[in-house]
Design a protein around this ligand. Structure first.
Ligand code: CA2
Length: 144
């Protein structure tokens, strides 16, 4: 099983700032934890981070026909990007949206997710563990 894990803008700064909201774990810690889980489960993970919306669109398209699922934290593009929504709709690769923080308990502008309208599942407020839960959801997803 092959899963693409995508992180959007500023998530490379995890652990560096705002630990009260996003926790103390760094981006490197997150990837190490996910790769360890994947190795235990025999899953192939491809983990990528970018600050650029179009790069996320390119990567989602790349997953088509090559990956069994996508776990994505689109960062702030969650709340603005119809391009990401269209990409997930187009590729028909089961996609789980993950947010480290509980976006529903924050500013009202964080309570809209465009990409979420095309995702098979959304996980919010479970910290870095939410990414593992996203992979687990895809492991159980019909057809996988
Ligand atoms: O809770 C999440 O995972 C978010 O997707 C994170 C985004 C935010 O815009 C979304 O509303 C919710 C922001 C990521 C910024 O990450 C940072 C991490 C450490 C320090 C500064 C920013």
């Amino acid at each position: 099983m092959k899963i693409m894990v995508l992180n959007g803008p500023n998530l490379n700064l995890l652990g560096v700032r705002e630990p009260g909201i996003y926790g103390a774990g760094s981006y490197a810690d997150l990837i190490a934890m996910l790769q360890q889980y994947a190795a235990e489960q025999g899953i192939e993970l491809d983990c990528r981070q970018t600050n650029h919306e179009g790069v996320l669109v390119d990567w989602i398209q790349e997953a088509m026909g090559k990956f069994d699922g996508i776990v994505i934290n689109p960062g702030a593009y969650t709340h603005t990007s119809i391009a990401l929504l269209d990409a997930v709709k187009a590729v028909r690769v089961p996609t789980v949206e993950v947010h480290i923080s509980d976006v529903d308990a924050r500013e009202s502008f964080r309570q809209i997710s465009y990409i979420g309208m095309a995702c098979v599942h959304t996980i919010k407020g479970h910290g870095l563990q939410g990414y593992v839960e996203g992979i687990q959801f895809l492991q159980k997803y019909p057809g996988n």
